[in-house]
Write a protein that binds this ligand. Sequence first.
Ligand code: AHG
Ligand code: MN
Ligand code: MN
Length: 325
Amino acid sequence: MAVIGHRTTLQEFVTSDWEGNGQHDGLDAVIMAIAEGSIRVQRQVQQASLADALGTTGETNVQGEIVQRLDTASSDIFVETLSQSGHIAVIGCEEIEKPVIVEGLVADGYIVLMDPLDGSSNIDVAVSIGSIFGIWQKKPGETVNEDSLLRPGNEQVAAAYVVYGSSTVLVLATKNNVCGFTLDSESGGFALTHPNIKIPADCPYYSTNEGNNKVLDEPTQKAITLLRDKYSQRYVGSLVADFHRNLLKGGIFAYPADQNRKEGRLRLMYEANPLGYVAEQAGGAASTGYERILDIIPQQLHQRTPLILGNKDVVEQTVSVIKGG
Ligand code: AHG
Ligand code: MN
Ligand code: MN
């Protein structure tokens, strides 16, 4: 039975939310392309085991990581749906070395940077995974090339992610607000279930890989110890799922730099910038431990970054300890 009932659908929301806002023509089509792609990815994730589609491709990606077959399938699906939206100029993707420049765009379009499937280590074991998207607008008259993607996070016009969990939820952040939409598997559409999300002031949870403690520098160890002493630990190992919990329930996610990962573990353009934008729009914060994530001027498409993300006050306290304060 379809249960969307009286709820606002994502299609209605993106049409009305931007009504009269001429600056962002076509953004509704980009969001709907993400939604369409995520419904296809969600189906593949659910059916993968039955379809013998799990496991690795035998290849490593540009970042030296093992590629899962679902990583590639998700990347292909989103490149297809975004390209067909008619409003995309260029796509940057964690799994693709060079940007995908979309031909035949007539009007000014959007730049999308994405992690098509986040949480590789959980793909084969029925644990929540997701997809993450940062969205920038092409500069007027700009001819896009590889450098067009190297824009700071503070220039994003929107960001979104989808969690494939016990339900499938799409969270969309714009300059107006952050809202969550749940997939109704019967009707096949997303409907508004989480209007105007704000990170709760209370911070019950911290999320970090405690196994890295021994390779942290001393101030960072101290910062993690303070979190451990105060909050309950929750760590899925899928950033998108850890972030989603902390966004709705209150919490902080920390993947700081360490001796083995001097640049950090997570990707600036595909993970930190989009989720940093969502966090800030919901009243939270995102930092490397030294600077605001959204202010970083990117040097490379696939660059990594340390990431401290979530409840604003707790991020600020944690950053001050990491800095040695
Ligand atoms: P991806 O699957 O896109 O490569 O990202 C995996 C990331 C992220 O989802 C998660 O927070 C982190 O890896 C977990 O890393 P550890 O296994 O080192 O804790
Ligand atoms: Mn990821
Ligand atoms: Mn990924």
